[in-house]
Design a protein around this ligand. Structure first.
Ligand code: TRP
Length: 328
């Protein structure tokens, strides 16, 4: 019987400049899961990232994102963190053995491929690594034999492919891969402080970065769009969500409730609302940045070294099982 080795596995792409929306959308879920689950593993998907970025740049961001995650509450004593490239051999080997169980047509149908393509490009002309992404993601998951993979809606097709590949392999040879399951997470959707769309680093004026100074954050909130007295706009709802989820005490939440009650009655209170939002955001940023500054390069290196050891153990065992199953 195939045995799970990891309860929860998640991959993060190494990117610079996380925003508070990234924190609330992804990182906070992992921090919350840490309280309930013992065996959580996070890896930095640096091999995936070279699809569209220079490898040197990817390496630079890898350590940064690990430090960000730790400062945001991921506990390296509870949660294993490793770099995907530290088990590159095992991931690549498994990718090849999985790739032979899928067809080009199947890969072309994966919706994420189409979404990731630049406008006017067709899947046929995609970078072959982008095309290979779902296979490598399946290898990431199956090489660690993970039970749950927390993902947003956009990543569900990848989990489906992973399950399909595991099933095909198990049926044809021997049941070595336990079935992974998508752990659907409800992601908080924080909008840009002004203008269109979600908060994202592509519109910096509407995004609060974890590295923003308290003054920068205050300035952006000052310029934020809200709503007319008595009205609830999508923007204002998003700001409330942001304030509520970043607040670290009940009093601030109560203050928000009171202000919004008065707003709904038609009072002119958006200035007050911005004041409390600014206070909450600034306190959050200051606390984060204090923790972040204390994390040394050596600490990160040690954490990744420990993580690599554990990840390699699992991965090598999986490759041994695979070779035995296919008699290779
Ligand atoms: N594809 C994921 C993303 O875009 C990152 C990722 C790569 C991943 N491999 C994974 C997530 C394996 C979970 C499991 O965010």
């Amino acid at each position: 019987m195939a045995e799970y080795k990891v309860d929860i596995l998640t991959g993060v792409r190494p990117t610079a400049s996380l925003t508070v929306a990234n924190y609330l959308g992804a990182v906070k879920h992992i921090v919350d899961l840490q309280r309930k689950t013992k065996n959580i593993v996070i890896f930095v998907a640096d091999l995936h990232a070279i699809t569209d970025r220079e490898p040197s740049e990817v390496t630079k961001y890898t350590n940064e994102i690990v430090a960000d995650y730790i400062a945001l509450g991921v506990d390296p004593n509870k949660t294993i963190i490793y770099k995907q490239s530290d088990i590159a051999g095992e991931v690549a080997t498994l990718s090849l053995f999985l790739a032979r169980h899928t067809t080009v047509a199947e890969l072309l149908r994966i919706p994420t491929l189409k979404e990731k393509l630049k406008k006017g490009m067709r899947p046929e002309t995609a970078n072959a690594l982008l095309f290979f992404y779902p296979i490598m993601m399946a290898a990431d998951i199956l090489v660690q034999r993970a039970r749950f993979v927390p993902v947003g809606k956009d990543q569900l097709p990848h989990i489906e492919i992973t399950r399909k590949l595991a099933e095909k392999f198990n049926k044809k040879y021997k049941e070595i891969f336990p079935m992974p399951n998508a752990l659907k997470i409800k992601t908080l959707r924080i909008l840009s402080l002004k203008g269109e769309g979600k908060m994202s680093k592509t519109t910096p004026a509407g995004a609060i970065f974890l590295s923003d100074t308290p003054e920068e954050a205050a300035f952006k909130i000052k310029k934020a769009e809200t709503a007319l007295e008595g009205q609830m706009s999508e923007k204002l709802k998003s700001h409330i969500l942001l304030a509520y989820n970043l607040a670290n005490n009940l009093d601030d939440k109560k203050t928000i409730d009171e202000i919004i009650k008065r707003h709904k009655k038609g009072e002119l209170v958006m200035g007050e609302f911005k004041k409390i939002l600014t206070k909450i955001v600034q306190e959050f940023l200051i606390e984060f940045q204090q923790k972040r500054n204390k994390i040394s390069d050596k600490e990160i290196k040690d954490i990744l070294k420990r993580g690599a050891k554990k990840a390699r153990e699992n991965a090598r065992e999986t490759i041994e099982l695979l070779k035995e199953a296919v008699k290779f």
